[in-house]
Design a protein. Structure first.
Length: 256
């Protein structure tokens, strides 16, 4: 099982990159594939042509609130992990033809943490075991990912934009990953669609992480996102998609 996580500042193109990476994996026949939206923006589903509400699926945060807080009490003999896992499988996991999907969501009750977080993490570990590839679209904070979702991943992709803040983000994200004992094999840099291509080698030299290439700025991608169309339906020769494919080749996941 391989877990790939996309991070970066807001608006750098994390969700569209995750969707295009999914398109690569689907075309390469990689299965079973799970996509996890851990971004509070929650726009990955739409980029994949999914409507979770319509499909009758709830976010993990909603399921946690519903299972542990609103219902209250304990069900004798059923551990919190088993309870959340069965809710997740029944009411959270969307099962599609080429990939499965779940959303972390935003409704999270702060302050009533430890039990739901550890139960969720254990439940997720058990659910994700069924997949060969897990792609996570993650908000900036790896500490949240570590606490709630996964503390062991294979690849972290930090998407850069044209700001200095974006380079600071890389340093901070790497530092946090180390601080919270997040295990990972690779920490990669990717130029987002607004990142100046010529700064790639400078970012690599300054930050000392491998730079995999740049996502091409593409009007068709922007148009699809604005109009709520699935990025999976982009033509195979779309320039942004081709650039993401080249990036995935550089990781060694994709060969042609
Ligand atoms: N390759 C691209 N070319 C042009 N516009 C893009 C591209 N990728 C994303 N965008 C636009 O940038 C905005 C932010 O993209 P998104 O993937 O949602 O970023 P993030 O998830 O990092 O917040 C969207 O409005 C989208 O249309
Ligand atoms: Mg996003």
């Amino acid at each position: 099982m391989k877990t790939l996580v996309t991070i970066g500042r807001g608006g750098t193109g994390k969700s569209s990159f995750t969707a295009l990476m999914a398109k690569c994996f689907i075309e390469a026949g990689f299965a079973p594939l799970l996509l996890v939206d851990a971004d509070p923006d929650q726009n990955l589903a739409e980029m994949l042509g999914l409507d979770l509400k319509e499909a009758g699926k709830a976010t993990m945060a909603e399921l946690i609130v519903d299972t542990f807080i609103e219902k209250g009490g304990t069900t004798v003999g059923v551990s919190p992990t088993e309870r959340i896992e069965s809710r997740l499988l029944a009411n959270g996991l969307y099962e599609g033809e080429h990939f499965d999907f779940m959303s972390v969501g935003t409704k999270w009750v702060e302050g009533c943490y430890c039990m739901p977080n550890s139960a969720l993490k254990a439940a997720l570990e058990s659910v994700t075991k069924n997949y060969q590839y897990v792609l996570i679209d993650s908000p900036a904070g790896l500490e949240h990912l570590n606490r709630r979702i996964a503390s062991k991943v294979n690849d972290i992709f930090d998407i850069l934009d044209h700001s200095k803040k974006s380079l600071d983000h890389v340093k901070r994200a790497y530092h946090i990953a180390k601080e919270v004992d997040m295990e990972f094999d690779n920490f990669y840099l990717i130029g987002g669609y607004r990142f100046p291509a010529e700064l790639g080698s400078k970012a690599e030299a300054d930050l000392k992480f491998k730079y995999l290439g740049k996502i091409v700025a593409d009007e068709q991608v922007d148009d699809y996102v604005l109009n709520g169309k699935s990025l999976l339906d982009l033509p195979s020769d779309n320039a942004a998609f081709a650039s993401v494919k080249a990036i995935m080749k550089a990781t060694g996941y994709i060969h042609q």
